[in-house]
Design a protein around this ligand. Sequence first.
Ligand code: CTP
Ligand code: MG
Length: 226
Amino acid sequence: RQIIAVVPAAGVGSRMQADKPKQYLRIYGKTILEHTVGALLSYPPVKRVILAVAENDPYLRRLPLARDSRIQIVSGGETRAESVLNGLKAIENPERIQVLVHDAARPCITHEDLDKLLRVTDENGAILALPAVDTIKTSDVRQQIIRTEDRNFIWLAQTPQFFRADVLLRALEQALAQGFNITDEASAMELAGFRPHLVTGRSDNIKVTRPEDLALAEFYLSQKNK
Ligand code: CTP
Ligand code: MG
């Protein structure tokens, strides 16, 4: 079967507070984006990576990635969901393709995790996720607790998220047209009536978000290459 990865990489990284978007910060001499795309392209089932980058991005063109024939570049959008949608629209014959959507900011993804995810074959699709370890509170707008959730049924969604490309494209278009705030692909699928599977991932598949995450990602990447 044909698998294409769509990698949203058009964010500005405001929480990282660096001088450039976080996907272009370097760890062991390579940008986070190169670690992420490298992990996907070295995984045999992935034939192609569609990268959504900001329209005025000056950084990508300086990387060898920009000239890799297995990589297709599309323009990102205002939100992550719109960046992903632009990537999905670039897929020809989406009814024949399965898509892995993976954040540029998650460089520590392992092939073992991808193997686990690809084992799910039904059209609900699947995502990597972690069972919550902390107790989960829901608050009101004044930051006072109104409820404690049943932790046994709480999962933290990661990426990759794995779907049939045509099904996801329709679901995402619908959800955005209806004005939902979509922060991952599974939520669009849920709104379309699907029940994506939760595949237990690893805690080292972090989304590099805040400055302190850089040291963590560096550590996890060093473990991975042993
Ligand atoms: N992303 C994107 N297009 C956007 C916003 C985000 O492609 N308009 C991408 C980011 O580049 C990142 C992934 O979506 O790889 C996850 O988003 P996040 O971690 O929130 O990254 P940023 O939006 O860049 O960071 P911040 O929210 O701190 O500004
Ligand atoms: Mg963001």
